[in-house]
Design a protein around this ligand. Structure first.
Ligand SMILES: O=C(CO)[C@H](O)[C@H](O)COP(=O)(O)O
Length: 217
């Protein structure tokens, strides 16, 4: 439901950031159908190989941030607080997602109501790291009060390797009082490429609930 409402937000000739995950999967497929039917003439900027392949399958022409500014980006989330700060990266794609979602003129999150929380942090914060930095990053995360774990792959032996060739550390913090400084602090650890806290970025959240779609701004 949220994905369908988000598709209606897309106007002719727009450049659209294509998020990653099971919710944006619906969005990209529906956008592809509408693009073909109504000749919207959109361009897509994928946030992962997953969204690249979906866009390609749906014949959404692909472009890059180097070539075009992004009008609107639509992406999922793992947690959303009442100020629309997010935790993302459940699909290990948060680095490119953050680059693209941040660059977009308008950033829309789509999710179901199970993602709404009072405070972020029940979902561990995904942190993409350079593989050689595991020991030192773990030590910094421990000092910050987190319990870090390397994310292991399900259908491959060993760790998850991101689209950028790095590891993911899932850092379980006690509930997060202030995500804004934590986002900055995590990125100041040597070896950290990007973390999954997306603070002060979201313009609108479209939430699917049992009573229908709810819009949060
Ligand atoms: O951040 C993400 C991928 O890195 C996803 O957007 C997030 O995990 C939500 O996914 P889903 O819609 O499948 O619950």
């Amino acid at each position: 439901m949220a994905a369908l409402v988000a598709v209606d937000e897309i106007k002719e000739n727009q450049v659209v950031g294509l998020g990653t995950g099971s919710t944006t999967h619906y969005f990209i497929n529906e956008l592809a159908k509408r693009n073909e039917k109504e000749e919207l003439n959109i361009l897509g900027v994928p946030t992962s190989y997953q969204s690249f392949l979906l866009a390609q399958k749906g014949k959404i022409p692909i472009t890059t941030l180097d070539e075009h500014d992004i009008d609107v980006s639509v992406d999922g989330a793992d947690e959303i607080d009442s100020n629309l700060n997010l935790i993302k990266g459940g699909g290990a794609a948060h680095t490119l997602e953050k680059i693209i979602d941040y660059a977009a003129e308008k950033f829309i999150v789509i999710a179901d109501e199970s993602k709404l929380v009072d405070r972020l942090g029940k979902f561990p914060v995904p942190v993409e790291i350079i593989p050689q930095s595991v020991k030192t990053v773990f030590s910094s995360l421990n000092d910050m009060g987190a319990n870090p774990e390397i994310r292991m792959a399900k259908y491959k032996d060993g760790p998850v390797i991101t689209d950028n060739g790095n590891f993911i550390v899932d850092a379980q913090f006690p509930l997060i009082d202030n995500p804004i400084p934590l986002e900055k602090d995590l990125n100041s650890i040597p070896g950290v490429v990007e973390n999954g806290i997306f603070s002060q970025m979201t313009d609108k959240a479209i939430i699917g609930t049992v009573e229908g779609v709810k819009i949060l701004k």
